[in-house]
Design a protein around this ligand. Structure first.
Ligand SMILES: Cc1cc2nc3c(=O)[nH]c(=O)nc-3n(C[C@H](O)[C@H](O)[C@H](O)COP(=O)(O)OP(=O)(O)OC[C@H]3O[C@@H](n4cnc5c(N)ncnc54)[C@H](O)[C@@H]3O)c2cc1C
Length: 416
């Protein structure tokens, strides 16, 4: 039985923002499809550009426009980090947004179809999938690739299946370093059994069109390996608009981390009166996960999430601000309860319907383990948690149908 993760159609998980604006009453939520290029925190303005750029965006008001704000909430997330390693940006694929998933899918199919052409040479290189980064994203991608090879490649490209190889590269001594030791061992042993080559203590130093150059951090030895597809999942970096704001506010305002906007316990950006930051672009000494972001933000009518509740409750004070120029909302925020993160655990998929779950919290991380689990039951728990996190009933139906469809007919290997 298989419910493969990457078989999921992106339509099952993408939510149209306009739908939520409609529900929340257009007077309160207006959506502009645009990119914020600059935050002018001194004059309470943001500069935006219509995106994606199209036929209407080249001239006139569609190109760039400004918006004034009384209060600004920044939730721009992050982008993939390449650490300035030569050749990564040009040659690697990333796994950050939905379009990245589609690109990876296209590349995998392309490499298999190319290897299948009569006279194709150097198949081992063409069918070598290299994943860089042994965090949950890299591990889950390697596991999904393994599932794809074990099922669809064996079925549709039987002569190529034994020529495919998967390598996972990680600079630290172990993959999934944020998980409990027993789960890390479980994951590494499983990958060993599945013939996924895990290279730990290994640093990528350079990438070109055909090779990944690595250095073993223990022995200092350097080598290069040919690849057909390179997936880069080694971390996140600050978006330019956020990096600029951090720089403008400066260290003296408390912006000491280049990784994200440092915020206080009320999610207010240090050094500002009226800017709040949430999710991956906010620095609070918490991991950059959806779990943290979801608890910080209010979404689509969910109640009890920190900033949404704060704004909803303090709306009257905010209206007063706009009318008479006072800052009632500020004192409302100062007196409000601070954000308190409640860690619910972490999951990772390892392939063949096996997952691991770690429910240990910060408090017990130094000592014992509150709870860990691994295997097929954990996989179904993992599935049900993510299913329940989908925002709309529509997407739950779509995802359920998609899983059943894939179970019956297998992954769709056509190009899209
Ligand atoms: C492959 C992958 C798997 C993951 N799995 C998990 C998981 O299992 N569990 C978990 O808890 N976390 C997971 N995460 C992390 C999780 O996705 C992030 O922590 C979470 O999405 C952060 O939410 P956010 O709202 O801060 O940012 P994002 O979700 O990145 O959203 C930011 C949004 O802002 C938009 N934006 C960016 N810049 C601008 C701009 N200048 N102007 C206008 N709009 C802009 C972006 O287009 C994007 O839509 C995963 C991440 C990845 C990449």
């Amino acid at each position: 039985m298989k419910f493969p993760q990457c078989a999921v159609d992106t339509r099952c998980i993408i939510e149209p923002i306009r739908e939520y604006c409609r529900r929340s009453n257009a007077k309160h939520a207006i959506f502009y499809e645009a990119e914020c290029l600059h935050i002018d925190e001194k004059n309470n303005k943001i500069k935006c550009k219509r995106t994606p750029q199209g036929v209407y965006s080249e001239k006139g008001p569609w190109n760039e426009f400004e918006l004034d704000y009384d209060y600004l909430v920044v939730a721009t997330g992050t982008q993939s980090a390449t650490f300035g390693i030569p050749g990564v940006k040009e040659n690697a694929l990333f796994m950050k947004v939905a379009t990245d998933g589609r690109k990876l899918r296209g590349r995998i199919i392309d490499s298999l179809e190319s290897a299948n052409i009569p006279g194709a040479t150097d198949l081992q290189s063409l069918l070598h999938f290299v994943v860089v980064g042994g965090g949950p994203t890299g591990v889950e991608c390697a596991a999904e690739l393994h599932d794809f090879v074990a099922n669809e490649v064996k079925e549709f490209f039987p002569d190529l299946a034994d020529k495919v190889s998967i390598t996972l590269i990680e600079a630290l001594p172990h993959v999934l370093s944020m998980f409990s030791k027993s789960l890390v061992e479980y994951a590494e042993q499983k990958f060993h059994r599945d013939s996924i080559d895990v290279l730990t203590r290994t640093l990528v130093t350079k990438v070109d069109e055909t090779h990944v150059y690595v250095k073993n951090l223990e022995s200092g030895e350097t080598s290069k390996m040919p690849y057909g597809t390179l997936l880069w999942a080694s971390g996140i970096a600050t978006r330019p608009v956020i990096a600029e704001l951090i720089k403008n506010l400066g260290e003296e305002a408390g912006q000491k981390s280049p990784r994200a906007l440092s915020v206080d316990g009320h999610m207010k950006v240090l050094g500002t009166r009226n800017i709040f930051a949430l999710g991956d672009c906010a620095f609070m000494n918490l991991p950059p996960t959806a779990q943290v972001a979801a608890q910080q933000v209010a979404c689509c009518g969910f109640t009890g999430k920190y900033l949404g509740r704060l704004i909803r409750k303090g709306r009257n004070a905010m209206i007063g601000d706009t009318k008479n120029g006072t800052h009632e909302f500020d004192s409302y925020v100062e007196n409000a309860e601070e954000f308190n993160y409640n860690h619910m655990g972490a999951f990772a998929y390892l392939g063949d319907n096996a997952a691991i779950a770690d429910f240990s919290t910060k408090a017990d991380a130094a000592g014992g383990i509150l709870g860990t689990s691994a295997g097929t039951t954990t996989y179904f728990l993992w599935r049900s948690v993510y299913f329940s996190k989908l925002l709309s009933f529509r997407n739950r139906v779509l995802l359920g149908v998609n899983w059943v469809f894939t179970e019956i007919f297998g992954r769709d290997t056509s190009r899209r």
